[in-house]
Design a binder for this molecule. Structure first.
Ligand SMILES: [Cu+2]
Length: 127
């Protein structure tokens, strides 16, 4: 009788262990391979109507994958002059900066009281 119970308990524990190993391992951060010469520019948006930086910088000639990450709330970003329009459905785009200048990044999804002032700057410096 005891042996039988031990067998059931052991089997259940083994099955649970295998299940946890298979389905519940903490996801490893996947470090995506970026194409040669391309860097990542991540713009994080928060529900207090801010981005992770007030000013993002780059140089003419830089190639970046610009990515929007909504850390809290639902936001989008537009940069009109660069035809950038990112949101949860299309969170990233590849860009090459060709013109120096100061570009306005603004939230494109009505997200609350601070929406109209939810802005940041992208400064592209001459190479
Ligand atoms: Cu907004």
């Amino acid at each position: 009788m005891h042996k039988w119970i031990m067998f059931v308990v052991f089997t259940a524990a083994a099955v649970l262990g295998i299940y946890l190993l298979t389905f519940n391992m903490p996801e490893k951060p996947v470090e995506e391979e970026l194409p040669e010469g391309v860097s990542r520019m991540t713009i994080e948006a928060y529900s207090d109507f801010t981005f992770n930086k007030e000013v993002f910088t780059a140089k003419v000639g830089d190639k970046v994958i610009m990515k929007l990450t909504n850390k809290s709330g639902v936001h989008g970003i537009h940069i009109d002059e660069l035809q950038v329009a990112l949101d949860n459905d299309t969170p990233e785009t590849e860009l090459e900066f060709t013109e120096p200048g100061e570009y306005e990044i603004y939230c494109s999804v009505p997200c609350g009281a601070g929406h109209t002032t939810m802005k940041a700057k992208l400064i592209v410096e001459a190479a």
